[in-house]
Design a protein around this ligand. Structure first.
Ligand SMILES: CC(C)(COP(=O)(O)OP(=O)(O)OC[C@H]1O[C@@H](n2cnc3c(N)ncnc32)[C@H](O)[C@@H]1OP(=O)(O)O)[C@@H](O)C(=O)NCCC(=O)NCCS
Length: 155
């Protein structure tokens, strides 16, 4: 498989997130977010029956992870991150397309997500995958006070 920048994604493995991945996931959280998930939150999400979380592995190394909650026919993306060393290679598109397929296969009709208004990189990712802005939650993020853009894709 190749991405649109011609870089090979071969050798990467997509698998369900397990407790064995949680420390690496936490390290990526810390590198990626102003308010990262705690180790405890990550462990409880792995056990959450509503959650569907995956990792993309390069050998033993977690390159990316993400997941959603599935409630009836709605999938809500909770988290998506790529390790800084692996960004810009199309890995988030592989991750998101896998999550979209998983949700559709389980009968979801819509996928929703929230993204910080300052996060233009992630907004570009989601727009490129067919997500449309459907709303704005003013001051949604407590840490910076910034707005959340709500996006939705029909599956
Ligand atoms: C957002 C993030 C997941 C993108 O991961 P990535 O693997 O580097 O992205 P990809 O290489 O798959 O690129 C996907 C799209 O993202 C956008 N993008 C990626 N890197 C970009 C950059 N440096 N500048 C602008 N847009 C960029 C583009 O729209 C790109 O699509 P294109 O290649 O067709 O132009 C990654 O930057 C990340 O983990 N950021 C920190 C955590 C985060 O913000 N998560 C999202 C929370 S809502």
């Amino acid at each position: 498989m190749e991405n649109n920048k011609g870089m090979a994604l071969e050798g990467l493995e997509i698998t369900k997130m397990e407790h064995a991945h949680s420390e690496q996931v936490y390290q990526i959280e810390e590198l990626s977010f102003i308010t990262p998930w705690s180790r405890k939150s990550i462990r409880s999400e792995i056990d959450n029956k509503t959650g569907r979380y995956i990792v993309i592995l390069d050998g033993e190394k977690v390159a990316a992870y993400g997941g959603f909650w599935l409630v009836l026919d709605e999938a809500n993306i909770n988290n998506v991150a790529v390790h800084p060393d692996y960004r810009g290679r199309g890995i988030s598109k592989l991750l998101m397309n896998t999550l979209i397929k998983m949700a559709a296969d389980e009968g979801a009709k819509h996928m929703y997500l929230e993204v910080r208004s300052s996060n233009s990189v992630a907004q570009g990712l989601y727009r490129g995958l067919g997500f449309k802005m459907i709303g704005l939650r003013s001051g949604y993020y407590i840490d910076t006070g910034e707005d959340a853009i709500v996006m939705m894709k029909e599956l």
